[in-house]
Design a protein around this ligand. Structure first.
Ligand SMILES: N[C@@H](CCC(=O)N[C@@H](CS)C(=O)NCC(=O)O)C(=O)O
Length: 231
């Protein structure tokens, strides 16, 4: 039976921009598993209430219901152990865990400043009051006051990504010679930015940019083919 995934969508249902959902889209492709994605909006809390919480991704595999991208990746490796591995043993898991924390604590705070207003502009009108109210309460400013320019975002991103840049000068992927969940944890963040914003947060001569290009090309260009505001 095909796996189903509730996937955050914009006003245009083909725009999918959740960093956590992208981790799992890439993870499912890595495993060679088919997925039917179901567009989900912030206002559709009742649609995923069966998962016992209110955030996506939510994955249904037969009668198994899963949420939280990290838990889903662990499930996929445990349940589909005969397929390409996402986190290779305790070391692979530790590397991916570092990548997800780096993504969430270093990359995402800068990316959020770059794209918060862009997200507001792509989401469905019905989602906007909730989004503005919840995000302005979280950041303590209006979306407009919080958002920084493209130049500022690139200037802040460059030093923040120094460890990733140094790593990618030594090897093509975060995981080494081939990509795995560590790469998908970081790449999800770049798909978030690409999905909602035309801002270029990386210089084209940045080794991180070259890695992002390689990631966009994986699995027959799965991510590159995804509609979004950015390129
Ligand atoms: N820890 C969760 C985070 C999931 C999450 O925060 N998803 C966002 C979309 S990117 C969401 O559904 N937010 C719902 C809301 O803000 O109401 C994971 O890794 O899956």
């Amino acid at each position: 039976m095909t796996i189903r995934m509730y996937d955050l969508a914009g006003a245009d249902p083909s725009f999918r921009f959740s960093p956590y959902c992208w981790r799992i889209r890439m993870a499912l492709a890595h495993k060679g598993l088919e997925v039917e994605t179901i567009p989900w909006r912030f206002s559709d809390k009742s649609v995923i209430a069966f998962s016992g919480q209110g955030a996506v991704p939510v994955v249904c595999d037969g009668d198994k219901v899963l949420h939280d991208s990290w838990a889903i990746a662990e499930y996929l490796d445990a349940h589909y152990a005969d397929r390409p591995v996402l986190m290779d043993g305790p070391q692979g898991r530790a590397l991916a865990n570092f990548a997800r924390h780096f993504s969430q604590t270093v990359f995402s705070p800068i990316a959020l400043k770059a794209v918060l207003l862009d997200i507001y502009n792509v989401i469905d009108e019905g989602d906007r009051p909730y989004f503005r109210q919840s995000r302005e309460a979280r950041v303590g400013k209006t979306l407009e006051a919080f958002t920084i320019s493209e130049d500022e975002a690139r200037a802040q991103m460059r030093p923040a990504l120094a460890p990733l840049r140094a790593l990618l000068q030594d090897q093509p992927f975060v995981n080494g010679e081939a990509p795995a969940f560590a790469d998908y944890c970081l790449f999800g963040g770049f798909m978030w930015v690409r999905g909602v914003s035309a801002k270029k947060i990386l210089a084209e001569d940045d080794p991180v940019y070259a890695w992002r290009e390689r990631m966009l090309d994986l699995f027959g260009g799965l991510a590159r083919k995804a509609p979004g505001v950015g390129a």
